[in-house]
Design a protein around this ligand. Structure first.
Ligand code: CP
Length: 317
């Protein structure tokens, strides 16, 4: 594996899960792989889980880990070409990225969509510049359109908890006061499609995701109908994708909050969310604290997904 950016980089998902099981059982078995190697984790945006779990994964593999918060303790970076740099941005990303590549063996990048310019976001302009200019393997730690380390952890968690070979998994939109990227949802869709689960997406009209991700998916606008017989409920908010509302909140309808009454419609489904989660917007206290909530195990699997991906990259260096 050279980069870890989309579900395709994971290869066959059954094999990826077997590798993840191995990593989970033997977290320190491959310390020699990362000896004298350095991982640089570059954050353009905030993080709790990704920051800690990816560092932990790198350390488990014997690597050194350096974290760079671009917006807190680095020069402000210009990302557009052709700009006269007479403002507050001191360095261009075209120099900064190859320089970063000089100091590490693998680069992780978190760079959310700005939600202002769909073309810029969906071209993965910043992530692709890291791929092109760093000279190093790149791991997406959530980019503009995808969050593969999260989706791999979600997939591992579903495999661990499922009671049927082909469980019913429902991705449900839920309300949030602020505009959020579509990356977690896009990514979850591509992993669930490849896993070939009985997969249903439910959201209010106007919240359709990019059809390049949802092509062939069962979309059900009636949330209660979607929940019927489900084995896993995966809640997530996202802002509108379709023009003219790209990146906007067009509804905060609390009738979409996941609550106990709706969970009753399922087949004793597990509740999942990538976290951080807004309680009583996305999900009621009662559901997230219930015995069926597996959000902590899901977050725990972020170390496993990161370590499995990094191990594959290290084996190719
Ligand atoms: N789920 C996730 O990526 O969490 P953080 O934003 O805290 O890293």
């Amino acid at each position: 594996m050279r980069n870890f950016i989309t579900v395709e980089d994971a290869g066959d998902l059954n094999e990826a899960y077997e590798k993840a099981e191995y990593v989970k059982k033997h977290p320190f078995a491959d310390q020699k792989l990362g000896k004298n190697k350095t991982m640089l984790l570059v954050f353009f945006n905030s993080s709790l889980r990704t920051r800690l779990s990816t560092q932990k994964a790198a350390l488990n593999l014997g690597m050194n880990a350096i974290v760079l918060d671009i917006n807190q303790n680095s020069w402000k970076l210009e990302t557009e070409r052709g700009v006269v740099m007479d403002g507050d941005k001191s360095e261009h990303i075209m120099e900064a990225i190859p320089v970063m590549g000089q100091y590490c063996d693998i680069i992780g990048v978190r760079s959310f969509s700005g939600l202002k310019d769909k073309k810029f976001d969906y071209a993965e302009t910043i992530l692709n510049q890291f791929v092109e200019l760093s000279g190093r393997p790149v791991v997406s730690m959530e980019a503009a359109t995808r969050h593969p380390l999260q989706s791999f952890a979600d997939y591992i968690t579903i495999e661990e908890y499922k009671k049927k070979i082909r469980p019913k998994v429902v991705l449900t939109w839920a309300p949030h006061p602020r505009p959020l990227p579509q990356a977690v949802s896009n990514s979850f869709v591509e992993w669930m499609k490849k896993a070939d689960y009985d997969f249903v997406i439910t959201h209010p009209k106007g919240y359709e995701l990019d059809p390049r991700f949802t092509e062939g998916c069962h979309i059900e606008y009636d949330q209660k109908k979607a929940f019927e017989g489900a084995d896993f409920i995966y809640a997530k908010n996202w802002s509108a994708f379709s023009d003219p509302n790209y990146g906007k909140v067009i509804s905060t309808d609390k009738s979409w909050t996941v609550n106990s009454e709706k969970m009753e419609l399922t087949d004793d489904a597990y509740f999942m969310h990538c976290l951080p989660v807004r309680r009583n917007m996305i999900v009621s206290d009662e559901v997230i604290e219930s015995r069926n909530s597996i959000v902590i195990a899901e977050a725990g699997n972020r170390v496993v997904s990161a370590q499995t991906a990094l191990r594959e990259i290290l084996m190719g260096l």
